[in-house]
Design a binder for this molecule. Structure first.
Ligand code: FES
Length: 155
């Protein structure tokens, strides 16, 4: 992990303005922000650790704990809400057995919610592993979480 962080540092200058971009890059590479990485960032930018931890905990985009292999994001914006987003969220919570912010025990999925993903015309929307599923209904939820078939798919 340390080598990865050191490599990331080579792409940035040690200016304080780079704090958020650096944290974003580390999270992109490691999947979350390990405590050790926050300390390294503080050293690199010559700023107090408390400041780095403060930013890391303030912004919901940053994860301080490892998440699941896939992130499931349920849109809770107005358009999705009007089209049954709350029901969709409840169904997904039930299917995965976790609440927003939690990860399934097998570390497969982390469930999150977001205010609007900017695809309101397709409401209600759910994003699974960066893939947007629009006009989600109970049937689509089952498909989203069905185990991958091997060699028997039909178009
Ligand atoms: S409210 Fe869900 S995409 Fe805009």
């Amino acid at each position: 992990m340390k080598e990865k962080i050191t490599e990331i540092f080579t792409k940035f200058t040690d200016e304080r303005d780079n704090l958020i971009p650096l944290l974003q890059k580390i999270q992109e590479e490691l999947g979350y922000l390990p405590e050790e990485s926050l300390k390294e960032v503080a050293k690199f930018l010559h700023i107090p650790e408390s400041e780095v931890f403060g930013v890391g905990t303030f912004y919901s985009q940053f994860k301080l704990k490892p998440g699941g292999k896939k992130t499931v994001v349920v849109c809770r914006g107005t358009a999705c809400h009007v089209k049954g987003g709350a029901r969709i969220q409840k169904d997904i919570e039930k299917m995965l057995g976790v609440a927003p912010g939690e990860t399934t025990p097998d570390m497969e999925y982390t469930l999150e919610t977001v205010a609007c993903i900017g695809a309101c015309a397709l409401a209600p929307n759910v994003v699974v592993d960066k893939e947007i599923f629009g006009q989600v209904n109970a049937r689509k939820i089952k498909e989203m979480f069905a185990p991958a078939e091997t060699g028997t798919t039909q178009d």
